[in-house]
Design a protein around this ligand. Structure first.
Ligand SMILES: [Ca+2]
Ligand SMILES: [Ca+2]
Length: 245
């Protein structure tokens, strides 16, 4: 009965000596390595691009009284397809000419309009780019169908100059519209072109002013720019923002 505990103690002491002896220079004496940090979350890729007309300011209308401002938008989207349309529509706050134009004036409530109108909203996958031209007009009753067809000409035209500097597209808008909107009909206010890219986040990579337009402010870091449009006695400033989601 007394042998076993002694043997047990002896065994404990023996192990105790082993445990308490100076550490070996070996891997088992190093502290356990900390766990690796968790992997970073996957980047949140945006897949749609939007072009938003934030505000239009009218310093001078094309003639006495209200102006009815509309736009033609066309180009080549991220999938390489020609797309175009004419706006605004009621969802873009169109409130003149049976909701096909913005009611503008150089005084009163229609002078400075915060529209926040999304004039383009389409898929743009990571790695894709898209190029568009846009012309602003003031309606003096040119038929609607011709203006839609004119927007289509912008898409075709942009497709032919994709490899050229962006300013070429902006400078050719009037040429592409051609006789669809005669010069003695609706007033041409000015045009611009822009290029979008998706590197995970949608970016405005370039903007160029065309005929009768001037880029008066540009902030590519925040995807915004402002245009001055001056023609046919009209004098406008348009604030535009590119956004992704
Ligand atoms: Ca006019
Ligand atoms: Ca008019």
């Amino acid at each position: 009965m007394t042998q076993a505990p002694e043997q047990h103690r002896t065994e404990q002491q023996r192990w105790g000596l082993m445990i308490n002896r100076p550490p070996d220079i070996g891997h088992h004496t190093k502290p356990w390595p900390p766990p690796p940090p968790p992997p970073p979350p996957p980047p949140s890729h945006q897949t749609r691009a939007m072009v938003v007309v934030r505000r239009i300011y009218c310093s001078c209308t094309t003639e006495q009284g209200h102006d009815e401002v509309y736009y033609l938008f066309g180009g080549v989207n991220g999938a390489g397809k020609e797309v175009s349309h004419r706006g605004p529509d009621p969802y873009q706050s169109a409130d003149a000419d049976n909701a096909t134009a913005w009611d503008m004036n150089d005084g009163g409530a229609e002078q400075n309009r915060s529209l926040n109108a999304t004039i383009y909203d389409e898929g743009l996958a990571p790695g894709q780019t898209a190029t568009f031209a846009c012309g602003f007009y003031e309606s003096d009753s040119q038929d609607y169908g011709s203006t839609v067809a004119a927007a289509g000409k912008l898409a075709e035209g942009v497709g032919t100059v994709l490899k050229q500097p962006l300013a070429v597209a902006a400078g050719k808008v009037l040429e592409w519209v051609g006789s669809l909107i005669p010069k003695n009909q609706d007033d041409f206010l000015g045009a611009f072109s822009l290029r979008l890219a998706n590197n995970g986040q949608v970016k405005l990579t370039e903007v160029a002013a065309g005929t009768y337009a001037r880029v008066i402010r540009q902030d590519l870091a925040h995807n915004t720019f402002s245009l001055s449009l001056k023609h046919d006695d009209g004098d406008y400033v348009v604030d535009i923002q590119v956004a992704g989601r």
